[in-house]
Structures are given as structure tokens and as C-alpha cells.
Design a protein around this ligand. Sequence first.
Ligand code: BG6
Ligand code: MG
Length: 220
Amino acid sequence: MIKGFIFDLDGVITDSAEQHYLAWKRLSDEMGWQFDRKINERLRGISRMASLKIITDHNNIQADEDTMQQWATQKNDYYVAALDDVGPDDFLPGAKELLTHIKREGFKVALGSSSKNANKVLQQLKATHFFDAVADGHSVKNSKPAPDIFLHAAKALEVKPNQCLVFEDAKSGIDAAKAGGFYTVGIGPNERVGHADVRFDSMKEATLFEVKSHFKELFS
Ligand code: BG6
Ligand code: MG
């Protein structure tokens, strides 16, 4: 029986995946590093430092911990500045509707995001009231594909993993949710989230009616 919904943030609730890309691109251009959308695809759902490591490895760059921190901070400054332009109109189509419907039906709702800026993004969207719990990049040590963030969110909601649906747009996110024993809803193309229990091209198709009809036995 489904009692809770857990949502990833970037690429599910709002399209801040694009702002992450632009911030990494700006840092890379300044540093003379090769970085494009193909490498960016590998950063989806991954923590800030793990993302930087992927980029520096790709460019055969080795740096000490302090320098890595400095670069990560620089990228984050660019990203956070861009968040000032995010507002209540920046929900991905369908996301606000789904949140509204599940709240109305009394389901418990949590955020499960690798981002340390998740609260800021929710505030910009004016979306904090939809969430009973927020698990973010500050909540656990091991980020996706480890299941920790979703287990933390489920615990905060006081529901078991097999009573929750996790919505994710990242391969690492679906891997994390499956590893934790959650039911999974993939948002995006088959090559990225085709291993989810159910997949929709976008949040627009992921209405409560559609979700319930795909997991019929879990809602009856
Ligand atoms: C995830 C994004 O939500 O958060 C990743 O999908 C990002 O691309 C990660 O790297 C960490 O975000 P932040 O805001 O802590 O740098
Ligand atoms: Mg995401």
C-alpha cells in the first residue's frame, strides 16, 4: 500500500539541471577544460564534489583537496546566483499539479535531493508547503546511487521503502531508490531511466490518475 511519495528535485520538480549545466560550463570555460552536454549527462543526480571529480578526471587534472573545494565553491556561486531568477512559474509542467493532488489525497510527501541548495530552490519556487520532509545534500554522507538519501526521507515520513514511490530523472537516482527497496517512477528517456518500474517522458504525463493505474494493486 502506497503511503508516501518522494521526489528528486532537479529535473523532476524544476529544471535546475540546466542551471547546473551552465554553472559547470562557465567554470570549465574559465579553466580551459573540455566540458559538454554529454559529460554533463553523467552528473545528473550526483553530488557537487563527485561531479567535479568526473570533470577533472575527464580533463586529466589532478588537484589537492583545497583547490577542488575552491573550484566547487566557484561553480556553486555561479549556480546560486542563477537561482535568484527561479520563481513560482518554474515548476516543470505537471509537477505542481501532481503535488497538489497527492497532498489533497493525504499522502505523505518528501524531497530526496543530492543538492545542498534544495531548500533555497524550494523557497524560490514557493513550494516548501508541499513537503512534509526534506532530505538533501546535507542529510546523508553517501549520495546517489547509494540509497541513503531516500531511506532518510522515508524514515522522516515514518513510512517503509515498499510503501513509497520515488520519482527520479537520473540513472543514479533510480539505482539508489531500487537499492533501497522503493518503487520507482522514471522521468525521462528510456536510455536514462528505462530501468524504473514505470517511466514517463516528462512530469506532464505523470498525473496521479496515470501513476495509480500503473501501480493499481499498490493503491487499492
Ligand atoms: C542534484 C543534481 O540534484 O544535486 C546534480 O542533479 C548536482 O547535478 C547535485 O550536482 C548537487 O547539487 P548542489 O546544489 O549541492 O551543488
Ligand atoms: Mg534529478
